[in-house]
Structure formats: structure tokens, C-alpha cells
Design a protein around this ligand. Structure first.
Ligand code: NAD
Length: 423
């Protein structure tokens, strides 16, 4: 298990979930067919001047899965493993998340194939600006609205917004602020957006614990990925008395039975780019990390991390999927046999797009909501949706994942029924 599970066709896996959920809600065949493929697949190759004077051509993508319920919406990923198929899967998941949460957006995902850690800040800015320019009118505040994902952050979104603003006439410039969400506060972002995805994960964990009659205080968690989602999840769980005893990222894994101080660790990662070299805890292998005794495991890195071997090794009661697609179907089958519960990604990490929606509304109305308001609105939606998903799962004897998909499909099905197919 030293290496990650292999042979993962992410898009096929998502299509499999769609088929299972379609059966559960008797989705008409034509609607299932429409939803089985993205509407648009945009690929751009664009040149960027590098710091050493050379020119490098980058490949960028924007996959627009569906916009029946509203503008396309979804993150931009900067990662060396970005591929068309993975983005198709991730774009489809955005459609399900928005439909499930009752957010008037569709689904999209995009990215640039590269390792952002190898580029300087200036190079990253030029890549973002040139990528935005290459996408042109394929994005827009009422058409397709990107947000941060792996390898991108609030700063990336501000560069994108600024570039896009400068491609329209002066008179329309400020109306473009909604072209991205997940911006910095100074440039039109929302309070509570940065922690929103993790906050949503934690709301689900709290509801799960209530259902089980478990007190969270004194419990432990392990977190894979210590970027936006992983670090904020550790911070928020810490406030509830849950200690993070092991963490991992692209550089390796650390274990500290006493529990890490998530503030210090997050601060360290902000300054050093990874957990490597952090003074507390001791290094463990990936294999050891996955076999640690813990109450909650939060995957918050990338897809396909829990396969058969990891699922067999895991000694947790609950997996709350901060990442998209971290558990593969083989892993999921073993977890189900072993009674390890999974709060699925399309539910667990939908807090991010929910607060992105709040940011978009605030921008549209030229308002700034205080943190209490954002947090309260997010909590209400997360708690309500958690119970809808788990209720349907129990009622129809479905896994929570298929139940979440089923609820999303119900919303899309009703809209397709009412609107029909053009012309
Ligand atoms: P990030 O770039 O801030 O952090 C990613 C983390 O994953 C880093 O710590 C990185 O070192 C680690 N990582 C990358 N490859 C790894 C590997 N092979 N093994 C172990 N660790 C690895 O990204 P993020 O925004 O926190 O996103 C993490 C996950 O959450 C992704 O699956 C993303 O799609 C999902 N997600 C993010 C948001 C959001 O609002 N940012 C919303 C919904 C879902």
C-alpha cells in the first residue's frame, strides 16, 4: 500500500453512481443520457513567458456539465494530474451538489495541467491571466463561475477576476466581480468562504454523531491533505474537542498521539508549502497512516485514495469525504462490509459551493453579510440536506452516496419534465 490505488477511471465511476441513482428514482432514459455527458468540453493551449525568458505552452480545460438549474459553477484545479476525464467527473459532481443543495447553479470544473509548486508567483499570475483570456466568453458572471480547488486559492481568483474585468468595456467592469467566487475579502470575497467546505464537512460529522448518540469531545481524527479543506477541518474539529492525531500531504505523513495543534500546523504549512519538516510528531508511512486507530478519517486531498487495501486497513468509524472522489468503488464495498460509514463527497463538501453562492449573491446586491449570517445560513442548509440524504438512504435502503445522487436527480428530473427538450 506504499503507493496510491491505481486504475481509476473517475468519470466511469461517476457514471456508475449516476446509473444506480437513476434506477432508484426512475429517471427517464433521455434525462439519464443527457446527464451522462457534459454539455461542453473546452480545451485551450496557451503560451506563457517564464521568468527565465523562455516560453511554455500550457494546456487548460473548462468542462461545463450542465446548466439547467443555473449558470455553470465549479472549481479550477492546478495540478500535474489534471485530465479531461477527471474534470468531466468533477464537473458532473458539481451539478449533483448544486441540485442537491437547492442552489441555482449548474456544474463545471476546469484546470491547468502543471505543478504550481514549480512556478514562481509571477509565473502563476501570468498563467492565470493568460488562461482567463484564452477562456474568453466561455466564462462569465451569469454564465460560468469558477472558484478555488486543488492548487488554486483566493489570490488566483482575484487575478482571474481582474483579468476578466479588463476584457469588457469600462462601463461594465464592476459588474464582472461575480465571475469568480472564493475571492479575498478585500476584492469582494465573502466572510466564511475560506473555511466553508470544511465547515460543511464538520456540520455533517456533528449531525452523524448526534444520530449515533456519540459525544465528539475527546474523539480523534486523521486528515489526509492539509490544504484549505484539511487544515480548516482540523481547526474546526479541534474547537469541538476532536484531536487530529495524524496528517498527510503530498510530501508524507505525520503521527502525533497527543494530537497536533492545528493552528500551528496550518501556519507552518502556509509558510512552508507542506507539512514536511514540521517539528512535532513523527513520520509514518502511507500504509501506517491508513491503519491508525481513529474515530474519524477525513480525506481532503485528491481522488482515489481509499482503495481495497486502505479500506481493509482503516480503523475508523466514519469517513467524511472532504475531497471529491477519495473512496473508490472497491474501497467503498469493503468499507460497507466492515460497517465503516461514509458521508459522501457531494453532500459532505458542498459547503464550499454553498458559501460561493452566498458570495455571488452578496456581489450581485452589493452587500456584505457578517460571519454569523453566513455561518447560520450554511448550517441550516447543511443540516437540512444531511437529514434528507440519510432519510432517503434509510427509506430506500440506498447508500448515502446513491441517496445524495438520487435527490439531486429528482430536482433535475422535475425541471426537465416541466421544461421539455428544446425545440
Ligand atoms: P489544496 O490545494 O488547498 O490542498 C490539497 C492538499 O492535498 C495539499 O495538502 C496537498 O499536499 C495534498 N495532496 C495532494 N496530492 C496528494 C497525494 N497524492 N497524497 C496526499 N496528499 C496530497 O486543495 P483543497 O481546496 O483543500 O481541496 C482538497 C480536496 O477538496 C479536493 O478533492 C477538492 O476537489 C475538494 N474540495 C475543495 C473545495 C474548496 O472549496 N476548496 C470544495 C469542495 C471540494
Amino acid at each position: 500500500m506504499a503507493t496510491e490505488p491505481h486504475e481509476y477511471e473517475f468519470f466511469k465511476v461517476i457514471q456508475g453512481y449516476l446509473e444506480a441513482a437513476a434506477r432508484a428514482v426512475d429517471l427517464p432514459e433521455h434525462v439519464a443520457n443527457i446527464l451522462s455527458q457534459p454539455k461542453n468540453e473546452i480545451i485551450v493551449n496557451f503560451p506563457v513567458r517564464m521568468d527565465d525568458g523562455s516560453t511554455r505552452v500550457f494546456k487548460g480545460y473548462r468542462i461545463q456539465h450542465n446548466n439547467l438549474l443555473g449558470p455553470y459553477k465549479g472549481g479550477l484545479r492546478y495540478h500535474e494530474k489534471v485530465s479531461l476525464d477527471d474534470l468531466k467527473a468533477l464537473a458532473a459532481m458539481m451539478t449533483w451538489k448544486c441540485a442537491l443543495m437547492g442552489i441555482p447553479f449548474g456544474g463545471a470544473k476546469g484546470g491547468v495541467k502543471m505543478n504550481p509548486r514549480e512556478l514562481s508567483v509571477d509565473e502563476l499570475r501570468r498563467v492565470t491571466r493568460r488562461f482567463t483570456h484564452a477562456l474568453g466568453n466561455n466564462i462569465g458572471p451569469d454564465y460560468d463561475i469558477p472558484a478555488p480547488d486543488v492548487g488554486t486559492n483566493a489570490r488566483t481568483m482575484v487575478w482571474l477576476m481582474d483579468t476578466y474585468m479588463n476584457t469588457v468595456g469600462h462601463a461594465y467592469k464592476n459588474a464582472q466581480i461575480r465571475v469568480v467566487t472564493g475571492k479575498t475579502l478585500a476584492s469582494g470575497g465573502s466572510l466564511g468562504r475560506e473555511k466553508a467546505t470544511a465547515q460543511g464537512v464538520v456540520h455533517c460529522i456533528v449531525e452523524w454523531a448526534k444520530e449515533k448518540g456519540l459525544a465528539l469531545e475527546g474523539r480523534t481524527c486523521t486528515v489526509q491533505g492539509f490544504g484549505n479543506v484539511g487544515s480548516n477541518a482540523a481547526l474546526l474539529l479541534n474547537k469541538l474537542g476532536v484531536s487530529t492525531i495524524a496528517v498527510g500531504d503530498h510530501t508524507g505523513y505525520l503521527y502525533n498521539p497527543e494530537g497536533f495543534n492545528p493552528h500551528k500546523l496550518a501556519d507552518y504549512v502556509r509558510h512552508n508549502g507542506s507539512i514536511a519538516g514540521y517539528g512535532t510528531g513523527h513520520e509514518v508511512s502511507r500504509e501506517e497512516f491508513f491503519s491508525l486507530q481513529t474515530d474519524i478519517f477525513i480525506p481532503a486531498a485528491i481522488e482515489n485514495q481509499v482503495g481495497a487495501q486502505e479500506a481493509t486497513a482503516l480503523r475508523a468509524r466514519l469517513i467524511a469525504e472532504g475531497a471529491n472522489g477519495p473512496v473508490n468503488p472497491e474501497g467503498e464495498a469493503i468499507l460497507a462490509e466492515r460497517g465503516i460509514e461514509v458521508i459522501p463527497d457531494v453532500l459532505a463538501n458542498s459547503g464550499g459551493v454553498t458559501v460561493s453562492y452566498f458570495e455571488w449573491i452578496q456581489n450581485k446586491r452589493s452587500e456584505t453579510w457578517d460571519l454569523e449570517e453566513v455561518d447560520a445560513k450554511l448550517e441550516r442548509r447543511m443540516v437540512r440536506t444531511y437529514h434528507r440524504v440519510m432519510g432517503l438512504a434509510r427509506e430506500k435502503n440506498l447508500s448515502p452516496r446513491i441517496a445524495a445522487y438520487a435527490l439531486a436527480l429528482e430536482a433535475l428530473k422535475t425541471a426537465y419534465d416541466e421544461r421539455g427538450i428544446f425545440p
